[in-house]
Design a protein around this ligand. Structure first.
Ligand code: ZN
Length: 266
């Protein structure tokens, strides 16, 4: 830093003198560079804090869904809502006319629409498909096989529809998945839907969603049968079933059926 004579110092006491300092260009550039480096270190931390905030909001929303489901069950003899009202009469006392479970819970007044959207506002960039494309499809899938009455016993399809789970019949509520971050993809990995209706219990199945490990950076937020919602870190974002377990008739995992299936394994 250089000191510059403020003038008037032409030799000999003059009665007044003003010394002030100026930065050289190099010094200014150094300061700017340091600020840039600090900002560069800080921004990722801020971004990750923002993502963390979104994940916490997501957990809270799914807890609200859990409360809505329990309120519904109180009014319908302990039954979870059917994932979708079907024509076979297997819904028992749990009944939502012509609606998917989330629309039913909303129209019956158990909760509000906003609770079914993981990101409340602009979600661009929250999901990435195999082509690197982003999507704002950001819903929660319902465990329709194990809980919602789609196919608890043997497989899938209308022939296998069963009554939705009754809360009293679920022997392992702390283990069973009820809803989770869900994405709809086609077999080549391209996002095709809102991930709002159903989450499939094992691998890819056309017409149902799969756990979405992308939107919260490797974590799937899951609502369990006991009303707890927590993030589960998966080993592979593309194949979250490696961690969450893929249900099949030969591998009827308790996390998907919670004590409803006779041959259930942990
Ligand atoms: Zn979420």
């Amino acid at each position: 830093m250089r000191k510059r004579d403020g003038g008037g110092n032409t030799g000999g006491p003059t009665g007044w003198r003003k010394d002030y300092t100026v930065f050289t260009l190099i010094e200014l550039l150094v300061v700017i560079a340091i600020i840039a480096i600090l900002a560069g270190m800080l921004l990722p931390a801020l971004n990750s804090a923002r993502e963390k905030g979104k994940s916490i909001a997501c957990v809270n929303r799914q807890k609200q869904i859990g409360i809505a489901l329990h309120l519904y069950a109180d009014d319908y003899k302990g039954y979870y809502p059917p994932w979708r009202t079907n024509e076979t009469g297997a819904d028992g006392p749990a009944y939502i006319e012509n609606k998917f479970w989330h629309r039913g819970l909303t129209s019956l007044g158990y909760t509000t629409k906003n609770n079914f959207i993981c990101y409340p506002r602009n979600a661009t960039g929250s999901q990435i498909d195999v082509n690197g494309n982003t999507s704002n499809n950001i819903g929660y899938g319902y465990n329709y096989g194990g809980i919602g009455g789609a196919a608890c016993s043997s497989g899938t399809g209308a022939a296998n529809y069963v009554t939705p789970a009754n809360i009293r019949e679920i022997r392992k509520p702390s283990k069973v998945y009820v809803t989770m971050d869900t994405v709809f993809r086609d077999s080549s990995g391209i996002i095709t839907g809102k991930g709002l209706e159903t989450v499939y219990w094992g691998g890819y199945y056309n017409g149902a969603g799969m756990p979405d490990a992308f939107r919260h950076e490797g974590v799937v937020n899951i609502l369990f049968g006991d009303g707890r919602c927590t993030g589960v870190k998966v080993s592979s974002r593309w194949d979250p079933y490696l961690t969450l377990k893929a249900w099949s008739p030969t591998k009827p995992y308790a996390c998907w059926t919670g004590g409803r299936h006779p041959a259930e394994i942990e």
